[in-house]
Write a protein that binds this ligand. Structure first.
Ligand SMILES: [Zn+2]
Length: 269
């Protein structure tokens, strides 16, 4: 197994991207961290370094939020949600469970075909903070691999089930896999099933520039809340971007990951 050091990884990226990376270090609670070594894998890994370890929201002047959905793909609720998102031309980020991807690959292919981003939400949805290093990385790697095999692209970010991850694990994920941990800043608590109107109003009330909004596409009431949530958030003059876009990565996946220029993205210092 060949190891690439950081110099090797950065050699093809260029000065513009390095400048962008430095500029991106203002993400809230993101800790500056560089990838020390990335093992040569059986499937492609992200080959671009970033400065994120863990992110709750992004400080930005851009009037945009990231709408994120965990725990799918679900055979009935996710396609209905995709119909809604298409109607509003809203792009979201789906933190999918690896074994569900294996079961419903066609839903994942539709997600990607319609412009959504896919993130890693582990293979079995365990409490990662209770796992040892090997089991932890296995949960991540298996999920990266099934997504790669299904849609030919790999998640750029990971969200831990229940938000349960140790700081050491997040650093390991950043160091060894070059994947930042994405938490959230707006939680409508939709899994408690408070009803669609409550879910929508919590999302709308919480949304501000740079917000990461958490929801779950395995609950019917959550999916039914999305039209009102989109309309309310849009009504505040906010738009929707995917998680990579909010972070300033041009797109997710194994190719074309590029930091946007400062002109495209105006971060507060
Ligand atoms: Zn989950």
């Amino acid at each position: 197994m060949t190891n690439f050091n950081r110099r090797t990884l950065l050699s093809g990226i260029g000065a513009l991207c390095l400048g962008g990376a430095a500029n991106l270090s203002t993400a809230t609670r993101a800790t500056a961290q560089t990838a020390a070594a990335v093992p040569n894998p059986p499937v492609p890994r992200l080959t671009q370094s970033h400065d994120f370890v863990s992110v709750n929201e992004v400080q930005t002047n851009r009037r945009a939020v990231a709408l994120t959905f965990d725990d799918g793909p679900h055979p009935t609720h996710t396609p209905i949600l995709l119909d809604i998102l298409a109607r509003y031309n809203v792009k979201a980020t789906f933190y999918v469970i690896g074994r569900s991807v294996q079961r419903y690959p066609e839903i994942l292919r539709r997600m990607v075909a319609e412009g959504h981003e896919v993130g890693n939400h582990t293979w079995t949805h365990p409490t990662l903070s209770r796992l040892g290093n090997h089991s932890f990385l296995r949960e991540i790697d298996r999920t990266q691999e099934i997504i790669w095999r299904t849609v030919g692209a790999q998640p750029a970010t990971m969200r831990p089930p229940y938000g349960a991850i140790t700081g050491r694990q997040s650093h390991m994920l950043s160091d060894q896999r070059n994947i930042p941990t994405i938490m959230w800043s707006v939680d409508p608590q939709d899994w408690r099933r408070p009803g669609s109107s409550v879910v929508a109003s919590r999302m709308v009330r919480g949304a501000r520039p740079g917000s990461v909004i958490l929801a779950h596409d395995i609950h019917g009431p959550t999916v039914r809340a999305i039209p009102a949530a989109i309309e309310g958030i849009t009504g505040q003059g906010l738009g929707f971007v995917t998680m990579s876009q909010l972070l300033g990565l041009r797109r997710w996946g194994p190719r074309g990951l590029r930091y946007v220029s400062r002109a495209d993205f105006d971060y507060q210092g």
